[in-house]
Design a protein around this ligand. Structure first.
Ligand code: GUN
Length: 293
């Protein structure tokens, strides 16, 4: 059976370190890191994520600000709020929760965030830095950054020459994940909905990352024996209409099957999920350090 990668515990370690370093900043008379989280509309999953981000920021000792805006907020008003946060020296990180309502151009909103406060790593400047291997000064998107930390926990820092397959090509996870693995000298393939014979390709992977948003799509026989399997998916399966049972969360990997074959695997929940928030805190702290010179 595979080693279960305890993302919750690693995330707690990261948050503990961020908390300690934040306290040291204060002891040196440097202002506490400031994180602003902006949510537009009432998407229930987004509300849960945003509440958790604001709560963890407070737990870290950050200055934490949340802007909760109605769904009908205009793009212009949202851009104005971001402009204000860009100019506010007490704010080091700005996160606009996605998805945004359809009448708002999410791309425009993201590109309005000052790159040095873009703790999500979605601005072209940060995407470009990651793509060119400028990892020292790039903000790396939180979910792939957290996934890398989990991979290094089980495989060590030297991933050189390993075959990595990333299933999914989103800007938030798939593409930055592939770039991080490439920067770590893996041989990387990005698979997607048009990929031919995905199971056979997946079986070549020493590191298999599933980030497609399709419940339990990756089957046990897609996994190479001993592979490290990172499941980024968080899918809520509704409760059956009749009889017993509640709704439940599953990943993009058929966990029970895959765990019989993999060397190590992240569970859902408790794998990658908690790492996303922890890395957001790490990015915000790093931004505060950079701002303080
Ligand atoms: N929605 C889903 N994941 C993310 C994320 O990492 N950042 C933001 N801003 N929105 C998201």
């Amino acid at each position: 059976m595979a080693e279960v990668i305890d993302g919750k515990s690693v995330a707690e370690d990261v948050v503990r370190i961020v908390k300690t370093l934040t306290a040291e900043l204060a002891a040196n008379g440097i202002a506490k890191p400031g994180l602003a989280v902006v949510i537009v509309g009432e998407d229930p999953a987004s509300q849960v994520y945003v509440a958790s981000k604001s709560r963890t920021a407070k737990e870290c000792g950050f200055h934490s600000v949340q802007h909760t805006l109605p769904a009908e907020t205009s793009e212009q008003d949202l851009l104005k709020i971001i402009g204000g946060l860009n100019a506010d020296p007490a704010i080091n990180g700005i996160l606009v929760q996605l998805p945004l309502p359809a009448h708002i151009d999410a791309g425009k909103v993201i590109q309005t965030i000052a790159p040095e406060k873009d703790v999500d790593g979605f601005h072209f400047i940060n995407v470009g830095k990651l793509g060119t291997g400028e990892l020292e000064t790039a903000f790396v998107p939180c979910t792939p950054a957290g996934s890398m930390l989990l991979i290094e926990r089980v495989r060590g820092k030297d991933l050189s020459g390993l075959n990595a397959v990333v299933v999914g090509r989103s800007n938030i996870v798939g593409k930055p994940m592939a770039n991080l693995l490439l920067a770590a000298n893996c041989t990387v393939t990005i698979a997607h909905s048009r990929t031919k014979d995905l199971p056979a390709l997946a079986r070549t992977a020493d590191i298999l990352v599933a980030a497609v948003g399709r419940p339990e799509m990756v089957k046990g026989d897609w996994v190479k024996p001993g592979a490290t399997v990172i499941d980024v998916g968080i899918n809520r399966i509704p409760a059956p209409e009749k009889g017993e049972g509640k709704s439940r969360l599953v990943g993009d990997v058929a966990y029970a099957e895959a765990a019989k074959v993999a060397g190590a695997i992240t569970p859902v929940p408790g794998g990658v999920g908690p790492m996303t928030i922890a890395m957001l805190m790490a990015n915000t702290l790093a931004s505060a350090y950079l701002a303080a010179g």
